[in-house]
Ligand binder design. Structure first.
Ligand SMILES: Cc1cc2nc3c(=O)[nH]c(=O)nc-3n(C[C@H](O)[C@H](O)[C@H](O)COP(=O)(O)OP(=O)(O)OC[C@H]3O[C@@H](n4cnc5c(N)ncnc54)[C@H](O)[C@@H]3O)c2cc1C
Length: 378
């Protein structure tokens, strides 16, 4: 294994994505991050590589190529069959020390949030958690800031350098990692100028997945890097994996989401039933604002927003949701937004493609009926 010094940044190359699998199945976040990683690798002019750990998982690796990976490092070992912090962190750090990627992206899933900081600390590098936007190219980053920030244009134009330890530092090859801060009231862009790999965990659902390309999947190279792993590397032992009995709602994968807010408060059961009926007619699922989760009306897996899920379905219907900034952060990239609210000044109408000012208890059954009739007439 070659010597590893995280501050020798010129020795690091390529963009890597941690590809999480559970029970031999790749997670949707893998495809989102591979797609985003492809853009970043193109901007840097380097390869995009996935790193996939498990036991006998070669068979699923090539699929990652279909979304943009040039290469997948596959680490197979019986002790990697089930995720453990000890096993995964040991192997990933071994491989990173050897092959030295420049940037390393991890989905901010439960596993990613556990794994990322552990690896960053062992490698002595920086990690920006829970990112919602990533850039390398300064032109793209400036465009993003012009659209999404209140920074004056003359400040944005002068962002090519940062002062690091009293010295001017050129940020053009740094990963610009943007994440919400102070309860979503501001967005912070963070760089890791002195150490590599530059690490980011990325919120599931925020990056758009590329279209799958079979030819690229076929061309994707599978590599088995060297690593060592034995029982002595483990401080903990997994004796049993107990899965939650309840099936969680799949908001991130849904094409149609009907979300309810505090506007259902006068008849919570009735409001949820109306949303379920509308969602069923559309072949979608029910979501909710944080107000409905905090009130115990819906379970936490239904929450859309900054501290819930980020979604971009084909159609997002907001019933009795005011459109607070933290809610909008999780759904404003939906392809089509339909809002029903009895207050015509509700902020949700500012981002809605179609706004219906009215009582959701009257409007929702009409929407369901109209969709049913339209389907029947086909
Ligand atoms: C750090 C932080 C993180 C947060 N994260 C999230 C998050 O992830 N997701 C999230 O959603 N929120 C989040 N919040 C909370 C957020 O600020 C709002 O409080 C919340 O989104 C409000 O939910 P709501 O729109 O359902 O309720 P309200 O703001 O109370 O709005 C209810 C709306 O219903 C309308 N209404 C009432 N009755 C009817 C009716 N019969 N028909 C039609 N319309 C009706 C009202 O006009 C009103 O606009 C967060 C807050 C903080 C501080």
């Amino acid at each position: 294994m070659s010597e590893f010094n995280s501050s020798a940044i010129e020795e690091f190359k390529d963009v890597w994505v941690f590809c999480e699998q559970r029970d031999g199945k790749l997670m949707p976040t893998d495809f989102e991050l591979i797609s985003k990683g492809r853009d970043l690798a193109n901007e840097l002019g380097v390869d995009l590589c996935g790193i996939l750990l498990g036991d006998d998982v070669d068979g699923i690796a090539k699929e990652l190529g279909g979304y943009g990976a040039d290469k997948v490092y596959v680490c197979n070992h019986p002790l990697l069959k089930v995720y453990t912090t000890d096993g995964y962190a040991k192997v990933i750090c071994d491989v990173i020390r050897d092959l030295k990627p420049e940037a390393f992206l991890i989905g901010a899933t439960n596993i990613g949030r556990d794994l990322g900081p552990r690896c960053a600390a062992r490698l002595h590098t920086g990690l920006c958690a829970d990112c919602t936007h990533l850039d390398i190219d300064m032109g793209n980053y400036r465009e993003f800031l012009k659209e999404a920030s209140t920074l004056p244009a003359e400040r944005i134009d002068k962002l090519d350098t940062a002062v690091v330890l009293g010295q001017k530092h050129d940020v053009s090859r740094d990963l610009k990692m943007t994440r919400p801060a102070f309860g979503g009231h501001l967005m912070a862009s963070i760089i890791c100028p002195r150490f590599r790999p530059c690490m980011a965990t990325v919120r599931p659902g925020v990056m758009k997945k590329n279209a799958f390309d079979q030819a690229k999947a076929d061309a994707c190279e599978i590599v088995h890097p060297a690593f060592t792993l034995s029982e002595s590397d483990f401080e903990t032992e997994v004796t049993e994996v107990v899965k939650a009995a309840k099936k969680l709602v799949d908001l991130i994968g849904a094409d149609y989401i009907v979300s309810v807010g505090r506007g259902i408060s006068k008849d919570v059961e009735g409001g949820i039933k109306l949303a379920e009926e509308l969602a069923a007619e559309l072949g979608g699922v029910v979501g909710g604002s944080r107000a409905t989760i905090d009130s115990g009306w819906l379970s936490a897996d239904h929450q859309v927003g900054q501290t819930g899920k980020t979604v971009h379905p084909k159609v997002y219907i907001a019933l009795g949701i005011s459109g607070a900034i933290q809610h909008k952060a999780g759904m404003q990239d939906s392809e089509c937004i339909i809002a029903v609210n009895k207050n015509d000044t509700a902020p949700i109408f500012e981002i809605a493609d179609y706004g219906i000012c009215g009582d959701l208890f009257k409007v929702t059954p009409l929407l369901t009926e109209a969709i049913r009739a339209a389907k029947a007439s086909k």
